[in-house]
Design a protein around this ligand. Structure first.
Ligand code: C2E
Ligand code: MG
Ligand code: MG
Length: 835
């Protein structure tokens, strides 16, 4: 071991460079030979001054010098070398008689003395010793540098504070010492560019003040007791003022006498961790407080967590739900194919949403709006499913109520006029396909007005209810029964063999009504007159069949009541006129016979005009003015509406743009689109070109589509409405309430507004009207849509609408549809009197 170290020293000796200073040439040369055999490099000098020059030039590892020399003696030179380079070992060769120099040599800190005349063994030993010294020092320096590097490159922030004076008030002064050293991680942590910027601070200056007390306590209880503290969380102050959370540990360093010299603080930045914790807490808060139920499952679809809304909605507590499969909620109302489709789509696109029936813990089945999202890892493996749902029973009940109110007569629960029309259309299509006949029986009670006037409305209602019950009991399940209003009923028999069948049915109806009805202590005998039309002989559409049955009913009344009568062509003669009308309509566009009238739309809250509906008018040169109710259905039936509608769109945009250029207040113009137009795949281009040609900005155009049109083919509608929406126009559903609206579609259609059909507004303050209008307004607002009432004619209706927070209104009460000049004037007036 020892010899090993000697070898190392010898090896080290051979790498040294040595400066040898001696004025006697002979001794110098002799010793130079001796040195050159042992060391790597020997520099020679003949006096102190030359030695000093050589030292600065060559920076040798070791200096050997004589004392007495001309120009500058060896001690003076040694002193000067020490001043610039205190670590370089110096060996002095000296004769015994020169002991007077010893004192000075000791002061300078000379390392070795070798007496003259030189004994080479002794010199060699001295050289070895110095070599060892140099090697030890180099090793020390190496270690020091290595630690310094570690200190500097560490990601852990380290600061060193002086602990001087800590003896008196240890716990305070430990943090009171100035920062004497720190690493880059520390300056980076606190936003400083350089170390010296931090060195004017005390450690306590860099702490967020609240943390001073806890830190002092830690110093007292731990640092001073055992020399280091446990890890603790504290906050430092960043250069720009914000707090930087760190995990810190303090270490106390003492000198050889046990005096505290430095306090080291070793700190790890935990800002990221805090931020992550914060966003986790936030997500948890959102999760918990969401009004929608949320379920998170793992890749096997086993429930990991549910929120409060989930428990509230389903009745299952967290404990009951976790670990279960969401199948728990299955209602049994959907076919396996439904779930299969749902999963296919979910896994295919990562998302599914729709309406689904589920079951609460109580067993109650309810509809929910569900949307499921798949969460995958970076490799695409499923990690979780997140399902969010809300109970839509109420909204659903509202649409069902609207549907019921819109299609059934409240009093008798029979179909109403609207539903009748739809059913007859359907039955006609069926009969046409199967080459069958239909019979439409128009039933009108005889002298019902007398009952109403003499016994009162309640008695009248009772009679109507009883009649309805009897009709229902007589009719076959497959027949359709409706109340048109007042004392008018319709019964449609489908698949009749011929007039004899119809005779029998009509006689049965007359017979069941003949039985007296007990009302308010009286026994009333109620009779009816029935007019009958047959499909296809008396008409091939609902309108005609109804009109002709009505005409037949009148004939039955005229013939003495309490009887039925078949329609005969002589009863009216409408056909010829219809053909004439079609002929004229075909030429109307070319002859420029169309124009638009405008009916203002008003915000109920402010009373300001915010829009106007463009309504077609036709003044035929031959026939005079023709009502829209007459020519528009004809235009639809003949396909002419496509060209006419395009003209109306261009004209409405042109007029609105012109008014805006003239400085009239800007309002939206609403244009009606027919089903045929909506079916055109190039509709968006047509709309775009109308806007381009007129220079009207898209937001001033609204398109109206009827409910039945958009509900026909939902997928087409969704795409098509988006196409229109992209242009920037707004979209309204016209005549809302008369068709069947699916709630889930309404949610997905890109629409802005519902227009409540005027028939409901006219029914205000009637009980049915009240309910349905209130329900539609509620539905619109639940779907975040604006709602406008059409056909408002009375103050009472307006008050009702205002009370229900209906947004807008349109109707005779404010203004009839106006010709161009009158509309311009109205707008101008609005700008003058405007708020
Ligand atoms: P709509 O789109 O529902 O238009 C509202 C209808 O209600 C208009 O009838 C209007 O004059 C009428 N009206 C407005 N306020 C009141 C009121 O307070 N009381 C009453 N009783 N009626 C009121 P109009 O002008 O006869 O139009 C009838 C229908 O013709 C329109 O119903 C619309 O479906 C269609 N139509 C009108 N212009 C166009 C058009 O340019 N293109 C297409 N495709 N259809 C059009
Ligand atoms: Mg309209
Ligand atoms: Mg309408």
């Amino acid at each position: 071991m020892n010899s090993h170290r000697d070898q190392d020293d010898q090896a080290h000796l051979r790498t040294l460079s040595v400066l040898y200073v001696e004025d006697e040439d002979e001794i110098r040369e002799e010793l130079a030979v001796f040195l050159r055999r042992r060391v790597a490099m020997v520099h020679l000098a003949a006096n102190g001054q030359a030695g000093l020059d050589a030292f600065t030039q060559y920076q040798p590892d070791l200096v050997i010098t004589d004392i007495r020399m001309p120009v500058m003696n060896g001690l003076e030179m040694a002193e000067r070398i020490r001043a610039v380079n205190p670590a370089t070992p110096i060996i002095i060769t000296t004769a015994f008689e020169e002991t007077s120099y010893f004192k000075k040599a000791i002061d300078i800190g000379v390392d070795k003395y070798v007496t003259k005349p030189l004994n080479l063994d002794i010199l060699a030993a001295a050289l070895d010793k110095c070599a060892r010294l140099i090697r030890a020092e180099a090793a020390l320096r190496e270690v020091d540098e290595r630690y310094r590097l570690l200190f500097q490159l560490s990601h852990i922030a380290i600061s060193v504070a002086a602990a001087d004076g800590a003896a008196q008030r240890p716990s305070v002064l430990m943090t009171d010492g100035h920062i004497v050293d720190c690493n880059t991680a520390f300056t980076d942590l606190l936003g400083y560019a350089r170390q010296d910027e931090v060195q004017s601070f005390r450690f306590s200056d860099l702490l967020v003040p609240e943390w001073l007390d806890p830190i002092n306590r830690l110093i007292r209880d731990e640092l001073l007791v055992r020399g280091f503290t446990s890890e603790c969380e504290v906050e430092l102050r960043h250069r720009d003022g914000h707090a930087v959370p760190v995990i810190a540990q303090l270490i106390l360093r003492r000198d050889a006498d046990g005096r505290a010299t430095e306090t080291w603080a070793v700190m790890r930045d935990i800002s990221e961790q805090r931020r992550a914790e914060h966003s986790l807490r936030l997500a948890a808060r959102v999760f918990e407080s969401s009004g929608e139920a949320i379920v998170i499952t793992d890749q096997d679809n086993s429930i990991l967590s549910v929120n409060r809304a989930f428990s509230k909605l389903t009745g299952y507590s967290q404990d009951e739900a976790i670990g279960q499969n969401p199948r728990l909620l299955k209602s049994g109302r959907h076919e396996p194919a439904f779930y299969q489709q749902m999963w296919d789509r979910l896994l295919g696109t990562g998302h599914w949403q729709g309406e689904i029936w589920n079951r609460r813990k109580t067993g109650e089945i309810y509809p929910e709006w569900l949307s499921i999202t798949v969460v995958r890892d970076t490799q695409g493996q499923v990690l979780n499913y997140i399902a969010i749902f809300s109970d839509i029973s109420e909204a659903k009940a509202a649409t069902q109520q609207i549907e019921f109110l819109a299609h059934y007569d409240h009093l008798t629960r029979l179909a109403n006029r609207r539903l009748l029309e739809q059913q007859v259309d359907y039955l006609i299509a069926l009969a046409a396909r199967n080459k069958k006949q239909l019979a439409l029986l128009f039933i009108d009670l005889d002298r019902f007005k007398v009952v109403n006037d003499s016994l009162g409305h309640a008695a009248g209602d009772l009679v109507l209810e009883t009649v309805a019950q009897r009709l229902r009991a007589t009719a076959r399940e497959v027949d359709c029964l409706a109340r048109l209003g007042g004392d008018e009923f319709v019964c449609v028999l489908h698949d009749v063999g011929g007039p004899p069948d119809v005779h029998a049915a009509a006689r049965r109806l007359i017979a069941v009504l003949d039985d007296p009805i007990p009302v308010a202590g009286h026994l009333l005998t109620v009779t009816a007159s029935i007019g009958i039309s047959l499909y296809p002989s008396d008409g091939v559409d609902y309108e005609t069949l109804l009109k002709n049955a009505d005409a037949a009913m009148y004939s039955a009344k005229k013939a003495g009541r309490d009887r039925f009568m078949f329609f005969a062509a002589s009863m009216n003669s409408g056909m010829a006129r219809e053909r004439e009308l079609e002929h004229a309509l075909r030429r109307a566009l070319k002859l420029n016979e169309f124009m638009l009238h405008y009916q203002p739309q008003v915000a109920i809250g402010s009373g300001r005009i915010i829009g106007m509906e463009a309504l077609l008018r036709w003044k035929c040169a031959e026939l005079g003015p023709v009502a829209p109710g007459t020519f528009i259905p004809l235009a639809e039936a003949t396909g002419l509406i496509i060209a006419i509608g395009e003209w109306a769109l261009h004209e409405a945009c042109r007029q609105n743009a012109q008014w805006q250029r003239q400085g009239l207040p800007a309002v939206v113009v609403a244009v009606n689109l027919s089903a045929l137009q909506f079916g055109q795949s190039n509709l968006p281009e047509i709309v775009r070109s109308a806007l381009q040609a007129s220079g009207l900005a898209a937001r001033w155009l609204e398109l109206e589509l009827t409910e039945s049109v958009i509900m026909q083919d939902a997928e087409y509608t969704i795409a098509s409405l988006h196409g229109l929406k992209e242009i920037g126009t707004s979209l309204a559903i016209d005549d809302f309430g008369t068709g069947y609206s699916s709630l889930s579609y309404l949610k997905r259609f890109a629409i802005d507004k519902l227009k409540i059909d005027q028939s409901f507004i006219h029914d205000i303050p009637d009980d049915d009207g009240d309910k349905i209008v209130t329900a539609i307004i509620g539905l619109a607002h639940a779907l975040n849509l604006k709602v406008i009432a059409e056909g408002v004619e009375t103050q009472e209706q307006l008050a009702f609408l205002r009370d229900r927070h209906c947004d807008e209104m349109q109707g005779y009460l404010y203004s009839k549809p106006l010709a161009v000049d009158a509309m311009a004037e109205l707008l101008r007036g609005a700008s003058l009197s405007g708020p």
